[in-house]
Write a protein that binds this ligand. Structure first.
Ligand SMILES: Cc1ncc(COP(=O)(O)O)c(C=O)c1O
Length: 343
């Protein structure tokens, strides 16, 4: 195996069964309705290749944001667009600045493309340490905002300072951007080095269809489209995503559900002895009052999956749960109380 990938391990792949999934931060309302309607009605000729660069979806996104088709790179999940960014900009051995804690797959994309992930610890309140991010003089600097798994957004002024002071490519991963209500997308033409990533897997409730996109200035987008594997997004996913973008009411409803239920879930967790951290996303990271593994294994036995971050540095004994509807949160809190009290 290639020396740079020899340390890789398989990704999270739990035995799900009929469990309630509060571990993947997907939309608890279930399948995106406009995408479902599209799929029921679609008459795609399966003999045809998809459009090479998903122009239909890029046009729809351009209209949504008031940008041009050529500001967008579309891929099979934002995981693909992240991979494209590292493929396009990382030379063998280049540093990439990666905040800790943040999305676990960043290290994988960096190493897979020959780079070296340089870990940069967040401050005590999980904000960016701007000087530390700039220190490795990285070719690519990546930051998810809101951050996964901590849930908070990074300060816009810190991101802008990094963009101004760094000569590297700065990726702002807004996988949970719909929930935060703020975005760097309107600024992509102002910076030479900004790429914003978005996904249809979270607020859009379409994780099964694997659609994501990158937004950047025309120069960066063109380089990335040249590197991207042609046809990587299939036609059915593209059509479903176009339908979903046109139904912004569903996104508003999804965001409202999270906003309405964030505080009650936070309060419920506090009552059980957790220390929850502030969230701008559709999930909450919380320090557990009992051993993290006892908690996550106990909940799993009771049919509820949440994500365990308790063995990692800076998130010691912490777990992450998706914010559910009132009904789901009540089930989660009830079963958590049972596990804590040893029932
Ligand atoms: C911060 C962040 N970026 C990217 C992704 C990947 O999203 P996609 O499903 O579009 O590949 C996730 C998924 O959990 C995420 O949390």
């Amino acid at each position: 195996m290639r020396s740079t990938t020899r340390h890789f391990q398989r990704y999270y792949n739990p035995d799900v069964g009929n469990a309630i999934r509060m571990d993947t931060n997907t939309n608890v309302l279930g399948s995106n309705p406009a995408a479902v309607e599209f799929m029921k009605a679609q008459r795609t000729d399966l003999n045809d290749y998809p459009n090479t660069y998903s122009d239909g979806l890029r046009d729809t996104l351009a209209e949504l944001y008031g940008l041009e088709r050529e500001n967008f790179v579309v891929g099979s999940g934002s995981d693909e667009t992240l991979d494209i960014a590292f493929k396009t900009f990382t030379e063998w051995g280049d540093n990439a600045a990666v905040p800790v804690p943040s999305y676990s797959l960043y290290d994988y994309f960096v190493s897979m493309n020959g780079g070296k992930a340089y870990p940069v610890y967040l401050t005590d309140d999980f904000q960016l340490d701007v000087d530390a991010m700039l220190k490795p003089d990285a070719k690519v600097l990546i930051m998810p905002s809101p951050n996964n798994p901590t849930g908070n957004s990074f300060k816009k002024k810190d991101i802008e300072e990094i963009l101004e002071r760094s000569k590297g490519i700065v990726i702002v991963d807004e996988a949970y951007g719909e929930y935060a209500g703020t975005s760097m997308i309107p600024m992509v033409n102002e910076f030479e080095n900004l790429i914003v990533m978005r996904t249809f897997s979270k607020a859009y409730a379409m994780a099964a269809l694997r659609v994501g996109y990158a937004v950047s200035n025309l120069n960066i987008s063109d380089m990335m489209n040249c590197v991207k594997i042609p046809y990587s997004l299939n036609s059915i996913s593209e059509g479903a995503a176009i339908a979903a973008v046109k139904d912004q009411e569903f996104i508003k409803k999804s965001v409202k559900l999270v906003n309405d239920n964030r505080k009650p879930l936070t309060d419920g967790l506090k009552k059980l002895g957790f220390e929850p951290f502030p969230s701008d996303a559709n999930f909450i990271l919380a320090r557990s009052p009992i051993d993290h593994k006892v908690l996550t294994d106990g909940l799993k036995k009771k049919g509820v999956l949440i994500r365990d971050f308790g063995s990692k540095r800076r998130t010691e004994n912490c777990v992450r749960t998706t914010i559910g509807s009132k009904e789901l949160n009540d089930i989660l809190l009830k079963k958590t109380e049972e596990v804590i009290s040893g029932r």
